[in-house]
Design a protein around this ligand. Structure first.
Ligand code: FAD
Ligand code: MLT
Ligand code: ZN
Length: 489
């Protein structure tokens, strides 16, 4: 076993390779526990890592040499971007070396005619979007973690976010990828072409692979024009069926200017109110709320369309009350009632997060059924004797993507036993997906069979073994890249 154990001579090699003290956080030859903490703990504080070494390369060449050395010496690594993932995938839950992309943070080029951006994988999403805003463009992905997540992490998780409805998935927008395979080979596919039908489109394998077949170091992506006019409306509804019909009508009335349609249940909005103490956008309380955004190039045209839509849904009694943002501050404030939900849910200590795709008619039923199940066994209540604080649902209704969240006073095995595999079985019965956009990580990996057949799983394993053959030679609990397929295979 000692051949796979990280030792001081490995650390000395990495210090020599990366050349600067600050590029290596070394917990092998000295105590660096405090410096390593941020890399060993996830955003939800649910998963614990045990890394003793973090490497922060500055170039693709350095990543390549790190990976070659790790492969030759059978050292396991896990790539880490902004560490905002919600399934534990970026955490070195065994004793992997963390390869952080934080210093791969240069914007390489931007073409103002084609809208093609080429950037290092470690650029922070919000920084890239600001760069694009100065040139009247926008990144085709937006999400609540934009201030911390890296664009390489976004690709690795195939993040969906708030405007997938408008701009589509990263599988469509990414034009090229530069990546380093586990053996150190650099995959140079940083094409800026929109069309290239010459054989397999291999870059797609890296999008959503969660670092299992290589580390993404560069990204080429097609960016849309930044909308000149943005409208946001927030409204209350009596039931889920009305929300569904309001979405149907939004597509009909707003078609090309519709850029987001988000659903929030009353419970999620009550939690945000409780935690932030902010005054809710509407006077009355409703079981459901929707946030709708239009983005276009002609304000008058969009105002007229949105006005027509709101008049229609009010007259048809689909919505009960609503508010339309009058300026940029109000736009941000209305969005905060949606984007602020994840942070508020963790307020009591723990949160069980399920990110599922379900056919739209039954989207919300999962929340009701989960709440009923936890109630029937006496786990939900207002005081501290009950572990569960609330069961809420929200999400990207425009993409049939529900976020079922169970907020708790701490991570609790009794609660978990009631939720899993119950939630996964429920989703499987409806031919849904147990992970719509967050990925598998270590949280969902044991349950992949609820969404993929044995045949598909075997094809995935073949791909993993092709690109990461060394992993086959080392014992369970270690992987040469990330930790999706490394246990109980
Ligand atoms: P990390 O968390 O560091 O890593 C995630 C996974 O990718 C890990 O498996 C890691 O090993 C791997 N990885 C990271 N970088 C690389 C790389 N360069 N090459 C190869 N593998 C790599 N997700 C959504 O899809 N939609 C949302 O709307 C959304 N909203 C969020 C809101 C909040 C408040 C938070 C905290 C999270 C949200 N997420 C959302 C989840 C998360 O932000 C995304 O998954 C994001 O894309 C992760 O990027 P990251 O850089 O933080 O990656
Ligand atoms: C979101 O849509 O807010 C994110 O996916 C995070 C979450 O699920 O809480
Ligand atoms: Zn989401």
């Amino acid at each position: 076993m000692s051949v796979w154990k990280l030792n001081n001579s490995h650390v000395q090699y990495f210090k020599w390779l990366l050349g600067s003290e600050s590029a290596v956080i070394d917990g092998v030859s000295k105590d660096a526990t405090a410096d390593l903490e941020a890399f060993n703990c996830d955003w939800m504080r649910k998963y614990r890592g045990h890394t003793k070494l973090v490497l922060r390369p500055r170039s693709t060449g350095e990543v390549s040499r790190i990976m070659k050395y790790c492969s030759d010496n059978m050292l396991a690594v896990v790539p880490q971007g902004g560490n905002t993932g919600l399934v534990g995938g970026s955490i070195p839950v065994f004793d992997e070396i963390v390869v952080s992309t934080a210093r791969l943070n240069n914007i390489r080029s931007f073409d103002e005619v084609s809208g093609v951006l080429v950037a290092d994988a470690g650029c922070i999403l919000e920084v890239v979007d600001r760069h694009l805003a100065e040139r009247s463009y926008t990144f085709p992905l937006d999400l609540g973690a934009k201030g911390s997540c890296h664009i390489g992490g976004n690709l690795a998780t195939n993040a969906g976010g708030l405007r997938l409805l408008r701009y589509g998935s990263l599988h469509g927008n990414v034009l090229g990828i530069e990546a380093v395979l586990p053996n150190g080979t650099v995959v140079d596919e940083l094409s800026t072409l929109r069309k290239n039908n010459t054989g397999y489109d291999l870059k797609q394998l890296f999008i959503g692979a969660e670092g299992t077949i290589g580390i993404i170091t560069g990204v080429s992506i097609l960016c849309p024009q930044r909308p000149k006019a943005v409208n946001v409306a927030y409204f209350g509804l009596e039931n889920f069926e009305k929300a569904r019909l309001a979405f149907r009508e939004a597509k009909r009335h707003l078609s090309e200017v519709l850029s987001a349609f988000e659903l929030m249940d009353g419970g999620s909005q009550d939690l945000v109110e409780k935690v932030t103490n902010n005054r809710p956008p509407l006077k009355g309380k409703y079981p459901f709320y929707c946030l709708i955004e239009t983005s276009g190039s002609n304000k008058e045209h969009d105002d007229e369309k949105l006005g027509g839509y709101l008049e229609f849904v009010l007259n048809e009694h689909l919505i009960s009350d609503g508010v339309l943002a009058q300026d940029e501050t109000q736009v941000r404030s209305l969005w905060s009632w949606r984007e602020g939900i994840p942070e508020c849910l963790g307020h009591w200590g723990g949160v069980y997060k399920y990110d599922v795709s379900i056919p739209l008619p039954e989207l919300y039923q999962l929340v009701d059924d989960t709440r009923a199940r936890l109630s029937s066994v006496g786990l939900i209540g207002d005081d501290e004797n009950f572990p569960v604080v609330g069961v809420v649902g929200y999400g990207h209704m425009g993409d049939s993507n529900l976020h079922l969240n169970v907020s708790t006073r701490g991570f609790d095995k009794e609660v978990e036993k009631q939720l899993e595999p119950f939630v996964y079985e429920w989703v499987q019965k409806r031919n849904g997906s147990i992970s719509a956009e967050h990925g598998l990580g270590i949280a969902k990996k044991p349950f992949i069979g609820y969404s993929r057949s044995h045949k598909m799983l075997n094809m995935m394993k073949d791909i993993k073994n092709l690109y990461d053959p060394v992993r086959r030679a080392i014992p369970d609990g270690l992987s040469t890249v990330a930790n999706v397929y490394n246990q109980n295979e």
